[in-house]
Design a protein around this ligand. Structure first.
Ligand code: KIV
Ligand code: NA
Length: 275
């Protein structure tokens, strides 16, 4: 299993870091079998697994519940868990208690926090307490209400400058990696160059130190439309619906179950039963 220091080395060696989300036992098993470097239990689970229309509804209990299942499916992969909406904003004390629960109850290795500003002191406190922190800047979905939608971030000079400064502050506070979401590729490259910790991009172009995608987006599983920055490698959704349709057809046509799916009683026992 890779550790935080291995990710630093990978950046130095110009080896790309592969991160993918997983939310339950089977998706975690698949990610581990596929040999990814990091599994992210993203709060995107609120949307792709629980059917909410943003990540704001996701609770600490939801994250712990899903992270436990992921850990059972991927015992030998580095696991990062998103701290959900408002679970790292009230105070440093609350942040430590909540992150501590995630780490202790799930067996995950690190937490991810969106934003800089007031979050910087939380990153520092968690790191000092021994909990590795992955930062997340650019499009930060938990702030969708303030950002006014899911849009590309850092497009003008001022926003770009602030993003670079924020990224440096996250690194200085102790973050071991930074997820950068939906920013122009030139800006993402600049951020990656300015930091010694790895920058893991999503919608951030090629010139960063790793990539992350959402499991359901890669597979085309339960998602109708994928954003521009996604490469969809398959569309498993129709195959799954077709399989359930075929099962329904068989039941209605009395073609399932067949003999090979059924249990039988010995002649002798039947006789004894009915005389
Ligand atoms: O929740 C999530 O899946 C994420 C990734 C998109 C980075 O935060
Ligand atoms: Na997230």
């Amino acid at each position: 299993m890779k550790q935080t220091t291995d990710f630093l080395k990978m950046k130095e060696m110009d080896e790309r870091i592969v991160m993918v989300t997983a939310y339950d036992f089977p998706s975690a098993k698949q990610a581990e079998q596929a040999g990814v470097d990091v599994i992210l239990v993203g709060d995107s689970l609120g949307m792709v697994v629980l059917g909410y229309n943003s990540t704001v509804s996701v609770t600490l209990e939801d994250m712990i519940h899903h992270a436990k299942a992921v850990k059972r499916g991927a015992k030998d992969t580095f696991i990062v868990v998103d701290m959900p909406f408002l679970s790292y904003h009230l105070s440093i004390r609350d942040t430590l208690i909540n992150a501590g629960r995630i780490i202790q109850e799930t067996g995950a290795h690190a937490v991810k926090l969106e934003g800089a500003d007031e979050v910087i002191e939380k990153i520092a406190a968690l790191t000092k307490a021994g909990i590795p922190v992955c930062s997340h800047l650019g499009l930060t979905p938990q702030s969708v209400g303030v950002l006014g939608g899911y849009k590309v971030q850092g497009k003008d000079v001022q926003a770009a400058k602030k993003l670079i400064e924020d990224a440096k502050k996250c690194e200085a506070a102790g973050a071991f990696a930074l997820v950068l979401e939906c920013v122009p590729k030139q800006l993402a490259a600049e951020v990656a160059k300015s930091l010694s910790i790895p920058v893991i991009g999503i919608g951030a172009g090629m010139n960063v130190d790793g990539q992350v995608l959402v499991y359901h987006d890669i597979l085309g599983y339960g998602v109708e439309r994928v954003p521009k920055f996604v490469k969809q490698y398959h569309s498993v959704h129709p195959i799954m619906v077709e399989s359930i349709e075929a099962y329904a057809r068989d039941v209605r046509n009395k073609q399932f179950p067949e003999d090979k799916h059924s249990f039988t009683m010995k002649e002798q026992e039947l006789k004894a039963l009915y005389g």
